[in-house]
Design a protein around this ligand. Structure first.
Ligand code: KG4
Ligand code: ZN
Length: 335
């Protein structure tokens, strides 16, 4: 079964072709990051318009790269939510129009399920069951995954997502959007131990997270340094490192707890923040101690992409799931 995957939930237009027998054939991504950078964040209307411009050319590009034509496609999967409703509608409209014209099934996929299954595209995919840490700009969740569609929420953020905290910290430190990779790069020059930031909710049982207090702590630290006239490049790097270390430690503590509670040995880490190198190293060290394994997607498939949607959609289309003739666009949608 040859599946065209379409991702347009936010500011990346992602398209891919996944074959159930031969794996990922081709993928393409157009990032709108430069366009939104002038505004310090994603402007929904501009995002939708850019998806309209880029989506069909990218579909043709992945077909050409795989040496296929539209007539070869057996099904189409698109991100149905959560995300920006206008942006989602673009992907859903194109998917349904193409599906109708070609007479093939179409299915809306949950964006976070896409992230969750992205490590399945790698050479050494995890076997079920596994614990998944989903860390993106909108979500921080721990999920017990027993199979495709068999997800049990173990814990989640009660306020901000980890990626959101990275993006806001970036703003406080005068860094451009998207902030996560930039905070992480600045942290490289930080001096360990100069500041110690709190590890929220780690001193009590449970698997929930909270990053809003850490954000306020960061803001107070930045403001204090500014008022003392001390906020130079070195101090900004020190703050970036203290923030990143606190987030990484917090995530590692909760992942270890989730593995111990479930007795599961395999941990999948997915979503934009899973591209963070310090987080990967710390989780690997933790997993070694527990004699377990950590699985992630390659960095380009940690952030939004079409390949994860093509893969997740393929599994569900193979199981016989279909949309019907209505476009599905759900801005807020628990997995
Ligand atoms: O999964 P994603 O591309 O989009 C959402 O579904 O939200 O995640 C984007 C988030 C942003 O908050 C971004 O700052 C963060 O992932 N991010 C990172 C890194 N790369 C992306 N955060 C920390 N370190 C990184 N290397
Ligand atoms: Zn995402």
């Amino acid at each position: 079964m040859l599946i065209l995957g379409i991702e347009t939930s936010c500011d990346e237009t992602g398209v891919a072709l996944y074959d159930s027998d031969h794996g990922l054939l081709s993928h393409a991504l157009f990032s709108q990051v430069e366009m939104h950078a002038d505004y310090g964040g994603v402007v929904p209307e501009l995002a939708s318009r850019d998806h309209v411009r880029k989506l069909l050319p990218l579909c043709d590009q992945v077909l050409a790269e795989a040496g296929r034509t539209r007539a070869d496609i057996d099904g189409i999967a698109y991100t149905a939510g959560p995300g920006l409703v206008g942006a989602l509608m673009v992907g859903g409209s194109v998917a349904h129009a193409l599906g109708f014209a070609l007479g093939i099934p179409v299915l809306g996929v949950h964006h976070m399920e896409g992230h969750l299954l992205a490590p399945m595209l790698e050479e050494n995919p995890p076997a079920f069951p596994f614990v998944a840490l989903l860390v993106s700009g909108g979500h921080t969740q721990l999920v017990m995954v027993s199979g495709i569609g068999e997800y049990q929420l173990l814990g989640e953020s009660v306020d901000d997502a980890a990626g959101e905290a990275f993006d806001k910290t970036a703003k406080m430190l005068g860094l451009d959007y998207p902030g996560g990779p930039r905070v992480s790069a600045l942290a490289q020059a930080g001096r360990p131990g100069t500041y110690r930031f709190p590890r929220p909710m780690t001193d009590r049982p449970g698997l929930d997270f909270s990053f809003s207090g850490l954000k306020t702590y960061t803001l107070n630290t930045v403001t204090d340094a500014e008022e003392r006239g001390a906020l130079d490049e070195q101090v900004r790097a020190d703050i970036a490192l203290a923030f990143e270390t606190a987030v990484v430690d917090t995530l590692v503590i909760k992942c270890r707890r989730a593995l111990e509670q479930t007795g599961c040995k395999r941990l999948v880490v997915a979503g934009g923040v899973s591209a963070n190198r310090s987080l990967r190293q710390a989780l690997e060290a933790m997993a070694v101690k527990l004699r377990g394994g950590v699985f992630y997607a390659r960095p380009e498939f940690c952030t939004d992409n079409g390949a994860m949607i093509a893969y997740a959609g393929c599994q569900r289309l193979l199981a016989g799931q279909r949309d019907g003739d209505r476009i599905v666009a759900v801005p807020r949608w628990p997995m």
